[in-house]
Design a protein around this ligand. Structure first.
Ligand SMILES: Nc1ncnc2c1ncn2[C@@H]1O[C@H](COP(=O)(O)OP(=O)(O)O)[C@@H](O)[C@H]1O
Ligand SMILES: [Mg+2]
Length: 335
């Protein structure tokens, strides 16, 4: 393994703990120094030369690479600014892992569904809109066909706020108030897992599916580790791996934790698993507890050996084009 001395890495996170500890250790093993930075403490400052970006702990320089481990919630303005810092870093030629554009796509479950659908990746039918009347009609139509739907917070995670809707005992409960869902109805067709319900989490890194687990139990049909699901290692079959890789590519993510569920309709799509969601800021503690792969080391290796290397080539080309007097592709010159 190549060491990468003198590299200074920012791990963007609003909380330090197990994951950041693992990452720091993995960076150190590669000879790189990583420090945790809260995006809320970063600033745009056009008087701060040469970059106009203040990343605490890095002085006037920029990090050599950024690992995005967590972005705290906040007002629309706060989150916009925090993501803006990540966009600004990319525009300044710093590799950001995952890229802010891809994080935005994966955080928004409706955009994830749209992009999966567009790329032909098997995923349950999905509806997202602001009209409660429309959502109610979807619910009734699905119920009439004997199906249920799951109402999810658009920006949800860890199994919070999910509600299964549909006819039970011949009675159809009405759609709950959308106030709790910030006035957006994201509805995904419920995929029945049967009595031994489980789903899969597949970790994709740099275009390869590298680890998988089965999650069962938890809160009823909600198999998140944060809801108490049990984890066990799962075989990375070709359909599972390929589907997860395609889902990750559809969103443009460098790495992702992909949630999948068995397709109950074998006639459909040759029984490929269905993608429930794609996580661009994925936790891996549950997965790490059941797989031998050092997940943090695999992430760090991919960032340094693939992403950073590619960015350096692109920066060099931009500098070369600059000195040749050719028009710049993008403003990626770094002082
Ligand atoms: N359409 C669905 N059909 C069946 N189970 C689902 C469906 N959507 C979600 N689930 C269950 O709920 C869990 C959480 O849903 P998910 O969409 O991954 O949201 P979160 O971001 O909260 O993890 C999934 O891992 C799965 O166990
Ligand atoms: Mg999930």
């Amino acid at each position: 393994m190549m060491t990468t001395p003198n590299l200074r890495i920012a791990i963007m996170t609003d909380e330090t703990g197990w994951h950041t500890g693992r990452l720091k250790r993995a960076f150190r093993a590669r000879g790189a120094e990583a420090r945790c930075v809260d995006l809320a403490d970063c600033r745009i400052d056009t008087t701060w030369l040469p970059h106009g970006l203040v990343i605490p702990g890095f002085g006037r320089a920029l990090p050599d690479a950024v690992f995005v481990r967590g972005i705290a919630g906040g007002t629309f303005e706060q989150v916009t600014l925090r993501l803006g810092i990540l966009h600004a870093l990319r525009e300044s030629g710093v590799p950001v892992y995952n890229d802010a554009r891809a994080i935005e796509r994966s955080v928004d479950k409706s955009m994830t569904s749209f992009l999966l659908h567009r790329a032909g990746v098997p995923t349950p039918a999905t509806w997202a809109g602001e009209s409660a009347a429309f959502a109610q009609r979807v619910l009734m139509r699905e119920a009439a066909a004997g199906r249920q739907v799951v109402l999810k917070p658009l920006f949800g995670s860890q199994g919070h706020g999910l509600k299964r809707l549909g006819a039970r005992g011949g009675l159809l409960a009405p759609l709950p108030s959308l106030a709790r869902y910030r006035q957006v109805a994201y509805l995904q067709r419920f995929v029945a897992g049967g009595r031994s319900g489980f789903d899969w989490r597949v970790l994709v890194i740099g275009g390869n599916a590298v680890a998988a687990m089965r999650r069962s139990g938890g809160k009823g049909w909600i198999h998140n580790v944060a809801q108490g699901a049990r984890c066990e290692p799962a075989e990375l079959t070709v359909p599972l791996a390929q589907t997860a890789v395609r889902a990750t590519a559809a969103l443009g993510l460098d790495y992702a934790g992909v949630d999948l569920i068995p397709n109950p309709d074998p006639a459909d799509d040759a029984a490929l698993p269905l993608v429930l969601e794609v996580n661009g800021v994925a936790a891996w503690r549950g997965l790490q507890s059941v797989v031998p792969l050092d997940v943090a080391a695999a992430l760090v290796d991919d960032l340094l050996d693939r992403k950073l290397a590619a960015q350096r080539r692109a920066n060099q080309q931009a500098e070369q084009a600059d000195s040749d007097g050719l028009p710049k592709q993008s403003p990626q010159r770094r002082a």
